[in-house]
Design a protein around this ligand. Structure first.
Ligand SMILES: Nc1nc2c(c(=O)[nH]1)N[C@H]1C(S)=C(S)[C@@H](COP(=O)(O)OP(=O)(O)OC[C@H]3O[C@@H](n4cnc5c(=O)[nH]c(N)nc54)[C@H](O)[C@@H]3O)O[C@H]1N2
Ligand SMILES: Nc1nc2c(c(=O)[nH]1)N[C@H]1C(S)=C(S)[C@@H](COP(=O)(O)OP(=O)(O)OC[C@H]3O[C@@H](n4cnc5c(=O)[nH]c(N)nc54)[C@H](O)[C@@H]3O)O[C@H]1N2
Ligand code: SF4
Ligand SMILES: [Mo]
Length: 767
């Protein structure tokens, strides 16, 4: 499924189209003017952040292989990445700007397209104020791009309507880390995998979505006897082939399992009392306010969640819950989770409850014991969460609601004091709702495809594209035509990944540079350069102060110094991650405050985290949650609540949506590689054999899926993966009638505002 790539493997040759590569080791190719050169970079796709080597020949990207010298991914890569050269040099790339005229997109010059965008934004700001314009970005944009857009919109225009797809992906994990530990981002690292005895995989199809991490887990399973893998997912994903215990709760009710595991851990003496006494506090929300309850209060709360009571709520056998808790408590445990936990109306609570298990058992801050949210996109962490490119945040742990945080950023940015609004801007769903109501009048969308990926997408496709008087102006930057570019007023062709230089920050806080190794096709330009021109255009039109951005940074290298400065003195401090070091080294993990610091493997741990240097109250290896209130992490007593739209008589099935190994999100990139496209002929819906029998459905039959919001249609795949009463549909197919987000729900977590893609009620019919 995934490959430890030797430079000789046939798979690389197939991916690259290079004949010589199949037979020759990399180092023997360095002869002649057009010889293949290998350049260190980072994979374009997921938050695992694999180190890769790019084979460049005659100015073209012709091959990709794993980077064996990479300290944490060690030469491993998965199938998707091997075909990146085909994506980059696809003949379908966008190469010219386009403008909508008489309802049709027609080619235009850069000058014409940029003038139109700047005119539209400036007119909207002048007529309706800064709150009438918005930016919608991505965890796949480079750090420098997201930072620049955030700087421009919040500090230049004065609009906090700055969002990005990490809201759909990581917001609940952010909410969980911030509410439990006081600051965002995991404290552990991939090295922990080599020390763990137990892996708890929660709502994470790690085998298909973070294959290289999964491979490292399997390697640990092979090399150390007694290592256990537990998974919890209502659907049996390919992870199940390698687990010791697989819990399948009713969709949306796994919170009961976490509480019941805590109950067993407490009652069977698997707690770490000394750790709790030093590092933990217990809180519950009463009348909208957090109240301290003490360990005794927590124990009493857990009485409602005995394994038997939990079984009644979530359907997982009590005995399995006990077994899971005992496994969890017995060794060093690493929890990994992804969208099964985050994409829920109870996403933040579910995150809190996973942290609880680690805090009461002291399974945190030790090699092999940590609570680790896996990031989806390659730069959701470094680019969006850390730079604060979301509507309520400012860079490096700052918030728009804190006057001193706004003042600090206004000073660094050279913005007029008072420019950054004190109110959070609109979160993603609210932003697209406002677009539907024509309250946002102009939006810039970059490196994301919301016309395909937003939930309840019918509504938001209309918001962006339905012709009407005063229809908001929509500008989209992409590398291919998509379900969003088809709705846009202006489309700009962007340079991608290997065509530009920038920083990606992945799950374990490692910042890595990917260099430009080839030119963008046609007239395509980097998003960074496009944003610079956009800023200059707004300065010329008087809606952003002159010189606020124009003339300050020529390229992404130049803005990096300001980005480092923005981190200085915060718990993220990476003043030591200089551009030179990024070019030389295989990335560095923050905090990394000085140019000689080697980066931080484990945060909050004395002797490792530089933030605790000089704290004499601690011995080496001891933990202090210095970012949390009173420097104690919070164990939250959260109620168990089901999904927003449980199944009922009219819509009796639960639908969940997700991913497959070979494809990336909306498919724009992976569908370019015939090898990947061939993995699946078309979209499908997984149906449990029991349900299929009742409906007389066989694999291959066409199924119509209807929700309260919309309809989609695809072929049945009868398989005992989902439980009876539940179906699963991958999100990657863009063509109707398979576009599954016409069916999904836009209900969101009240804290994180992350939508509940994982659960909605549907009915099925044979089409
Ligand atoms: N091949 C591939 N890899 C990717 C991506 C891709 O598109 N393709 N995308 C990347 C991105 S951005 C992301 S966010 C990640 C996503 O990575 P994952 O979250 O691992 O993938 P998904 O398939 O979205 O969902 C995982 C599982 O959540 C389960 N789930 C549904 N409801 C519940 C529930 O109530 N409780 C629990 N515990 N689980 C539930 C589903 O059954 C599903 O198997 O993958 C990243 N990696
Ligand atoms: N039903 C359902 N829907 C989901 C989810 C789910 O689990 N189920 N998951 C959600 C999650 S977790 C995520 S992260 C989102 C992802 O949703 P999207 O971000 O909308 O999906 P992508 O296909 O990754 O979109 C990236 C776009 O950027 C373009 N692109 C690539 N490189 C560049 C570049 O350098 N510059 C520019 N300008 N464009 C570029 C690509 O062609 C593509 O159109 O989907 C969400 N939607
Ligand atoms: S696991 Fe993720 S980062 Fe690594 S090669 Fe695969 S897609 Fe790329
Ligand atoms: Mo994601």
């Amino acid at each position: 499924m995934f490959l430890n790539t030797e430079p000789k493997t046939a798979v690389i040759a197939a991916a690259s189209g290079s004949k010589s590569l199949a037979t020759q080791p990399a180092d023997t190719m360095a002869a002649g003017p057009n010889a293949m050169k290998w350049v260190k970079s980072v994979c374009r796709y997921c938050g695992t952040g694999c180190g890769v080597m790019l084979g460049v020949e005659g100015g073209k990207l012709v091959a990709l292989r794993g980077d064996k010298e990479h300290p944490t991914t060690k030469g491993l890569v998965c199938a998707k990445s091997l075909f990146l050269p085909k994506v980059v040099h696809s003949p379908n790339r966008l190469t010219t700007p386009m403008i909508r005229k008489d309802g049709k997109l027609v080619n235009a010059s850069w000058d014409e397209a940029m003038t139109l965008i700047c005119d539209k934004f400036a007119a909207s700001i002048q007529k309706h104020g800064p709150q009438s314009v918005a930016f919608y970005g991505s965890g796949q944009a480079m750090t420098e791009e997201s930072y620049l857009a955030n700087r421009l919109f919040k500090g230049g225009i004065g609009s906090n309507h700055v969002e990005g797809n990490p809201r759909l992906c990581m917001a609940s994990a952010v909410g969980g880390y911030v509410s439990t530990f006081g600051k965002d981002e995991p404290m552990g690292c991939y090295d922990d995998i080599d020390h763990a005895d137990v892996f708890f995989l929660i709502g994470s199809n790690t085998a298909e979505c973070h294959p290289v991490i999964f491979d490292r887990i399997l390697a640990r399973q092979k090399t150390k006897s007694g290592v256990k893998v537990i998974a919890i997912d209502p659907r049996r994903s390919p992870v199940g082939r390698h687990t010791d215990l697989y819990l399948q709760p009713k969709p949306g009710y796994d919170l009961a399992v976490f509480h019941a595991m805590a109950n067993v851990i407490v009652h069977e003496g698997m707690i770490d009392q000394a750790f709790i006494d030093r590092n933990v506090q217990f809180k519950i929300v009463k009348d909208g306010k957090p109240v301290k309850v003490g360990f005794e209060g927590y124990k009493k709360f857990l009485d409602d969640f005995t394994p038997e009571k939990a079984e009644a709520i979530c359907g997982v056998p009590a005995g399995d819950i006990v077994t899971a808790a005992r496994m969890f408590g017995a060794g060093r445990t690493m929890s990994f989770w992804t969208m099964g936990l985050n994409q829920r109306t109870t996403g933040v609570w579910a995150n809190n409850l996973v942290h609880n298990l680690h805090l009461i058992s002291g399974q945190i801050g030790k090699p092999g014991a940590t609570s680790f949210s896996l990031t989806g996109q390659p730069n959701a962490c470094g680019g969006v969460r850390d730079t604060g490119t979301l509507s309520h945040l400012l860079p490096y742990g700052r918030s728009v609601t804190q006057p001193e945080h706004r003042a600090a950023m206004e000073k660094l940015w050279g913005a007029k004091p008072g420019t950054i609004p004190a109110q959070p801007g609109l979160h993603t769903i609210a932003m697209f709702d406002a677009l539907a109501e024509d309250k946002i009048q102009a939006i810039l969308i970059l490196t994301t495809n919301p016309g395909h990926s937003l939930p309840n997408v019918n509504k938001y496709r209309d918001a962006m594209g339905k012709p009407r008087r005063n229809k908001p102006f929509v500008a989209v930057l992409d590398i291919f035509h998509t379900r969003t570019t088809e709705l846009a007023d202006v489309v700009l062709p962007a340079a991608m990944w290997a065509e530009k230089t920038g920083v990606f920050g992945m799950s374990e806080r490692r910042y890595q540079l990917h260099p430009k190794v080839t030119d963008a096709p046609g007239q395509a330009r980097s998003d960074f350069d496009i944003l610079l021109d956009f800023a200059a255009g707004l300065e010329d039109r008087g809606v952003v102060p002159k010189g606020y951005i124009n003339g300050r940074f020529k390229n992404t290298d130049e803005i990096w110094d300001e980005i480092r400065q923005a981190s200085m003195g915060t718990p993220y401090d990476f003043m030591g991650i200089t551009r030179e070091r990024l070019r030389q080294e295989r990335g560095l993990r923050w905090p990394c405050p000085t140019p000689t610091h080697t980066g931080t493997a484990r945060r909050y741990v004395k002797g490792d985290d530089p933030m605790l240097d000089g704290d004499d109250s601690l011995k080496d290896g001891e933990t202090k949650f210095y970012a949390a209130p009173e420097q104690r992490a919070i164990v939250w007593l959260r109620p168990v609540k089901g999904p927003a739209e449980p199944p009922d008589a009219e819509y009796p099935f639960v639908m969940t949506t997700g991913r497959v190994l070979e494809h990336w999100h909306t498919g724009t990139m992976t569908m370019q590689a015939p090898e990947l496209r061939r993995a699946y002929k078309e979209c499908y819906v997984e149906i449990n054999p029991q349900d299929a029998r009742k409906m007389s459905v066989q694999s291959g039959d066409k199924i119509r899926i209807t929700s309260r919001r919309g309809v989609a249609q695809m072929k049945a795949r009868v398989i005992a993966a989902t439980q009876p009463g539940m179906v699963f549909v991958p999100m990657h197919w863009e063509d109707d009638p398979a576009l599954i987000n016409r069916v999904t729900i836009n209900a969101f977590d009240p804290g994180s505002k992350q939508p509940e893609y994982k659960i909605c009620a549907v009915k099925l019919a044979k089409a």
